[in-house]
Design a protein around this ligand. Structure first.
Ligand SMILES: Cc1ncc(COP(=O)(O)O)c(C=O)c1O
Length: 438
């Protein structure tokens, strides 16, 4: 039944886009999933600590979501309407989602992805301000569509064909590798002040927007201190820009602080974008904004055929209910701290781990060949992922040089499974060390 792993590999190599990548030397062919586990074509079970890429919040195939999908199918509920016809699913989701939004944000538009959500945020910011320039951060990732891709701060994601006007990168708030050479004790938030210097030097003095991820996901779970954001919002507003908080990875309770981390930051964001964990695997994104920004678009048309689809919005609504009722935000904080402590403890026996960081269950660690020089241990990160896979634990990776291990399991993970992750990493690092000495 279905294609073999080899057949898939050969087809993908020949016919998928030439940029197509996959994890592992022998690609992993997944066919089933339940809760925190995924199963390959041979029936082997894996503890899923990356959830595709940070998409599984309530757990794979949660019984309540499954039940609702089956009910909709059995009752011949309409599969597709578009916003041209009325349907209650998008409205019910919006009602609940806006309760989680930062103060003043009362409008929402559903998309099919995080890229589209950011695309709309840039459009709205430009329309509302009459300005065009968006400030992003070096090491950031905001999506693969044209305007979103233009705002990515990674050379790997930039194409010669990519228009690069209208975007400027400010310095990254990357404490472990501070671009200003500061240590936490000597830091005066130079990175936040750099947003102002960037506006003053690289723009004509007015901007449309500033966009940042509260934890920089693709960049390697770079987690700036809260004060950074509080300072930057003030600067952005001083220069007339809209503050866009990209919560595609941090949203849906993952940081263990609130459903949207922007709310916990207490900052006056103008827009928040979401996707990934919002739909627990369903293709849905959202752009949340204030009425004043939304009103600036009135009189024009903006449309997305599949955005607000009844099935995707139903899944996101039930996911949100599960996150609340099963207290998954609290669990994310508890298990995130448990893992953080566990990995910090592993630093004592594994010199390869240079830094452990993150918020809630959006956490990871950076591998370095030498703690003094902080040389990127990229091949070691690949080896660690391979070894953990053999032990039945799936990890993710990120960072400009691919040396950051990313851990973002379903928010339902328990202590026993956290111990399993810590054990798999510990044993794998011991094996890597042995191999390097032999
Ligand atoms: C922070 C952030 N923003 C936006 C996106 C784009 O989302 P999507 O791939 O759903 O278009 C991503 C995807 O990884 C992301 O991590």
């Amino acid at each position: 039944m279905g294609m073999t792993t080899q057949e898939i590999l050969e087809f993908r190599k020949k016919h998928f886009l030439s940029t197509s990548v996959y994890y592992y030397k022998n690609p992993l062919h997944l066919v089933r999933a339940k809760g925190e586990y995924v199963y390959d074509v041979d029936g082997k079970e894996y503890l899923d600590c990356i959830g595709g890429i940070v998409c599984i919040s309530a757990g794979h195939n949660h019984p309540r979501i499954k039940e609702q999908i089956l009910k909709m199918l059995q009752e011949d509920e309409i599969q597709h309407t578009s916003l041209l016809y009325f349907n209650s699913h998008p409205v019910e989701l919006a009602q609940e989602l806006l309760k989680e939004a930062p103060a003043g944000i009362d409008r929402v538009f559903f998309t099919n992805s995080g890229s589209e959500a950011n695309e709309l945020a840039f459009l709205a910011a430009r329309q509302a301000t009459g300005e065009t320039i968006v400030i992003n951060l070096r090491h950031s990732y905001h999506g693969g569509t044209s305007a979103a891709l233009a705002q990515c701060g990674h050379g790997t994601w930039k194409f010669r064909a990519q228009p690069s006007a209208l975007n400027v990168s400010a310095m990254e708030p990357y404490c472990y590798r501070c671009p200003f050479g500061k240590k936490p004790e000597s830091c005066s938030l130079e990175c936040a002040k750099n947003v102002e210097t960037t506006i003053q030097t690289a723009t004509h003095g007015k901007i449309a927007a500033f966009i940042a991820e509260p934890v920089m996901g693709v960049g390697g779970f770079i987690s700036p201190p809260k004060e950074y954001f509080q300072e930057v919002v003030k600067i952005v507003h001083r220069y007339g820009g809209k503050y866009i908080s990209d919560e595609v990875q941090t949203g849906a309770g993952r940081t263990g602080e609130s459903f949207l981390f922007t709310k916990a930051l207490g900052i006056e964001a103008d827009m928040v974008t979401m996707a990934k964990g919002l739909g627990n695997g369903a293709a849905i994104g959202a752009t949340l904004m204030k009425t004043e920004t939304s009103d600036s678009m009135a009189g024009k048309l903006f449309f997305n055929t599949f955005g607000s689809d009844p099935y995707q919005t139903m899944q996101a609504k039930v996911t949100l209910q599960i996150i609340r009722e099963e207290k998954l935000i609290e669990n994310s904080k508890k298990m995130g701290n448990y893992l953080l402590d566990g990995f910090k403890n592993l630093m004592k026996s594994h010199a390869l781990i240079g830094d452990v960081r993150g918020r809630g269950l959006l956490m990871g660690f950076e591998l370095v060949k030498d703690r003094e020089t902080k040389e990127y241990a990229t091949s070691e990160a690949v080896a660690l992922m391979e070894k953990c896979r053999e032990k039945g634990v799936l990890l993710g990776k990120g960072g400009l040089f691919g040396n950051v291990i990313r851990i973002a399991p379903p928010l339902t993970i328990d202590q026993k499974n956290c111990d399993r992750v810590l054990k798999a990493v510990d044993e794998s690092l011991i094996e890597i060390k042995k191999q390097s000495l032999s």
